[in-house]
Design a protein around this ligand. Structure first.
Ligand SMILES: [Zn+2]
Length: 215
């Protein structure tokens, strides 16, 4: 609610002015923008939501960065009697940070992916998010490859966690990396005209993309 000082002028007619609108008349669009809460765009926004993203991957990444996935640590808050041990390593509570970064299983996946992508291996989920948020602003196939791989890694980690939990089926880390590589490669090869000018050949070869790199 906004309150304004009013100074009535003698002899002047009262008029109704709709303050949110620039014209003074009621406009639903301008009222909507006035009413809604504006928030700064988060650093991870363009890492999760971008035009070439794989939607099912982005959806899980989005829930992961918001810490909204139903990890066992979260479940334990509601049901204290259940175990919160990580099903991937059986070593620590399954929190968001642990599952997607600190877990020894996940870290081996990240180590392989970091090497394949030619990027430094980060110490924490937040450090990686900060690094990607700053470094991946430029549009290039290399940056797109990193973003697709990051989203795919989160998705396949969550998939593996659920597979173990619900089906008692296990995949080793190298198989997860192969799944990530296959999906990301298929996505990029499906582009009509990928801009490959900034993708180093050594990295392209690791992802099976050497045929699209310009010589
Ligand atoms: Zn673990």
């Amino acid at each position: 609610m906004h309150l304004f000082d009013i100074y009535p002028q003698e002899g002047e007619k009262d008029t109704v002015v709709w303050v949110p609108s620039t014209s003074g008349s009621f406009k639903i669009g301008q009222t909507w923008h006035w009413l809604r809460r504006r928030q700064d765009r988060k650093i991870w926004h363009r890492l999760v939501w971008f035009s070439q993203a794989i939607p099912k991957h982005s959806f899980i990444s989005w829930l992961a960065v918001l810490n909204r996935l139903s990890t066992r640590a979260r479940q334990k808050q509601w049901t204290p009697t259940i175990s919160d041990t990580c099903i991937l390593c059986n070593g620590s509570p399954e929190t968001n940070e642990h599952l997607f970064f600190k877990c020894s299983y996940t870290r081996r996946i990240w180590q392989q992916l970091s090497s394949m992508l030619g990027i430094p291996f980060a110490d924490s989920w937040q450090v990686l998010l900060q690094w990607m948020g700053k470094k991946l602003r430029r549009k290039s196939l290399h940056n797109l490859l990193i973003k697709l791989a990051w989203n795919a890694a989160i998705y396949h980690t969550w998939l593996e966690r659920n597979r173990r939990f619900h089906q008692q089926l296990f995949k080793v880390e190298s198989m997860i990396v192969q799944d990530i590589q296959f999906e990301v490669r298929s996505k990029i090869l499906g582009f009509s005209r990928p801009n490959s000018s900034l993708l180093p050949m050594g990295i392209a070869c690791k992802w099976g993309l050497e045929t699209i790199v310009k010589h």
